[in-house]
Design a protein around this ligand. Structure first.
Ligand SMILES: [Zn+2]
Length: 111
């Protein structure tokens, strides 16, 4: 099948290494701070965290979101979909991926 990204195998390898490094770091954050009953991806938990004003809990929620994005990016690498925008299918420039390797969107579709 055609691939819309033009990353070299070496670039892909670098980005995958970066993602795995990020994932390991995020796993550590979660393990050290999540003895609480906060459920991953739970909107209720996010709201509860805001209501309690628990900054650490909010940050923990962000780490979980980021971890989910990193894991999805690793999935895309495995499937060969990585490097193209999941919305418009155009290639995401290597420069953008270096800054945020977990991004699923090109500059036009993402933030
Ligand atoms: Zn796009």
């Amino acid at each position: 099948m055609t691939r819309s990204h033009d990353l070299t195998p070496a670039q892909l390898r670098d980005l995958e290494a970066e993602l795995r490094y990020d994932l390991a770091r995020l796993e550590r954050t979660s393990i050290s701070e999540s003895a609480s009953s906060v459920d991953a991806f739970s909107i209720d938990a996010e709201i509860a965290a805001h209501e309690r004003g628990g900054v650490a809990v909010v940050l923990e929620g962000r780490a979980r979101t980021r971890r989910a994005e990193v894991m999805e990016a690793l999935d895309r690498i495995e499937n060969g979909d990585y490097g193209s925008c999941t919305r418009c299918q155009s290639g995401i420039p290597y420069g953008r991926l270096m800054v945020m390797p977990e991004t699923a969107y090109c500059k036009n579709c993402g933030e």
